[in-house]
Design a protein around this ligand. Structure first.
Ligand code: FE2
Ligand code: FE2
Length: 263
């Protein structure tokens, strides 16, 4: 029995494997019973698979009509939510930048006193002093920006500005007073100005995007001062660099004279 059943199963199993259901017509009940699971497996799957969409299509159509409105309004709501959160995110970037630059300006106001004392060229000294006064005015302007944004005026540590000031201090400590140090101080000051120009340029754009007119005006005003200072330093550098070169050439002459005397 087992053998015949298994052979019938084997025969009836073939069509299932071959996807042609000719064998089940002639096969025994037992064979049908046994073959059915594998033979019908695909049929059952396809039968149950095909009608299902009809039912679900109807219900899906009905539910999609229902969900069309809700998902549509959900999309609008999500879009508004995204826009408002994007706006908040951008405002956060602006607030963070404001705290950063407020700290930076305060550190710079202190550093410019030291830098001015270290400078030799009178025009450069004057430029540093003028910019220190401007920087104090900028700090005052920034407090107005804090007010406009309904924030407490407070700085946030700015490692970039700390690093740039530290570089300038290193030059002051390591170099003698004179044109070469002046040239080094100009490089340091211009690095600082460029940092500020990048910061205020971006902050002005953020304020404009956010419709914060008062902040935009403040950042624009400061940006102009930073740009003018940068240009002034470039002009002064032309004189200072020549002075530094003259100094080196003068040293070369001195060295040459000393060597001649030694001979
Ligand atoms: Fe500044
Ligand atoms: Fe500056």
């Amino acid at each position: 029995m087992k053998k015949s059943t298994s052979s019938k199963n084997a025969r009836s199993a073939k069509p299932a494997a071959g996807k042609k259901a000719a064998a089940p017509k002639k096969s025994s009940v037992a064979a049908k019973r046994n073959a059915a699971p594998s033979g019908r497996a695909s049929a059952t799957a396809s039968k149950s698979a095909k009608p299902a969409p009809k039912k679900s299509a109807r219900s899906a159509a009905a539910s999609s009509r229902g969900t069309a409105k809700s998902s549509g309004s959900r999309v609008v709501a999500n879009t508004r939510k995204k826009q408002s959160s994007a706006r908040e995110d951008l405002q956060e970037v602006l607030k963070d930048s404001l705290k950063d630059i407020y700290y930076a300006e305060k550190q710079l106001a202190k550093a410019l006193k030291k830098v001015s004392k270290a400078a030799t060229n009178e025009e450069l000294k004057q430029a540093f002093d003028t910019h220190r006064e401007q920087t104090e005015g900028q700090i005052e302007l920034l407090t107005q920006a804090f007010e406009a944004l309904e924030m407490r005026a407070a700085g946030k540590k700015c490692p970039a500005m700390d690093g740039l000031i530290e570089e300038a201090n290193e030059h002051i400590q390591e170099m003698d007073k004179g044109p070469a140090l002046d040239a080094a101080l100009i490089v340091g000051a211009q690095k600082i100005e460029h940092y500020e120009i990048a910061a205020y340029g971006s902050m002005r754009t953020f304020a404009r995007c956010l419709g914060l007119g008062e902040c935009e005006d403040i950042f624009n005003q400061i940006l102009q001062q930073e740009s003018e200072t940068d240009e002034l330093l470039t002009q002064i550098a032309e004189t200072v660099n020549m002075e530094a070169l003259d100094e080196d050439e003068a040293e070369e002459v001195d060295m040459g004279e000393m060597e001649e005397e030694a001979m």
